[in-house]
Design a protein around this ligand. Structure first.
Ligand SMILES: [Fe+2]
Length: 217
């Protein structure tokens, strides 16, 4: 099991590696805002739900994308790479890496996600078997929701994420991508007996998000 400090030092090691491989140091904040944002969202929601361990969830959530920057070089799905990197260090963090891209732990058929797996059917089969053999938990679902609630600028709503996606790719976000995530939000709204957005309010959620995206374009 990793502590928050140990988990953060894995992120720092990754930063150093990426910079040594040519990443512009000034751009690293985009990765860190995302993973630290996801960790904060997951921990904050977990604090409102009995039976969850917010500290452990913070660590697992912070590490969910530990191999995100490496997948293009390795030509393997980052969820698998992250799982392999973390499994001997922290089983919960390894689990977050392998499950975070599949809302409700549902994996689509290989044909519709082979690109994500760089065509590697063995990796796909491994993830599919993992999801089948390990019944989904609220922690899996919480990290999946939190992953959608933080981007390069920090904490955002699902609506802001959808808007960002639409602006970036000039298309509206596909229904099959957004609907399971709205259902995750509804699931956790229900769990906390309120609206998860209210846990963050304006101090965390960037209310000027839209104008900032527009300015950047
Ligand atoms: Fe992520």
């Amino acid at each position: 099991m990793l502590t928050k400090t140990e988990a953060k030092s894995l992120i720092d090691q990754l930063r150093d590696k990426e910079i040594s491989l040519g990443r512009v140091p000034d751009t690293w904040y985009t990765y860190e805002n995302h993973v630290l944002g996801v960790a904060k969202v997951a921990q904050t929601i977990a604090q409102k739900i009995e039976g969850l361990n917010p500290e452990r969830i913070y660590v697992a959530a912070m590490l969910h994308d530990i191999s995100r920057t490496e997948e293009e070089r390795e030509k393997r799905f980052h969820g698998i790479l992250g799982y392999e990197k973390l499994i001997d260090l922290d089983a919960d963090a390894a689990r977050s890496a392998i499950t975070h891209m599949f809302p409700w732990n549902i994996i689509p058929p290989f044909e519709s996600c082979s690109k994500m797996f760089f065509g590697n059917k063995a990796d796909y089969d491994f993830v599919a078997a993992f999801l089948k053999n390990n019944p989904r938990t609220d922690v899996d679902l919480l990290i999946q929701l939190s992953d959608t609630m933080a981007n390069k600028d920090g904490i955002v709503t699902l609506e802001q994420r959808a808007q960002e996606y639409a602006q970036r790719f000039n298309i509206s976000i596909p229904k099959e991508m957004i609907e399971p995530r709205y259902k995750l939000k509804a699931y956790f709204d229900d769990k906390i007996g309120g609206n998860v957005y209210d846990l963050f309010k304006a101090k965390d959620i960037d209310v000027n998000y839209q104008s900032k995206v527009q300015k950047e374009r």
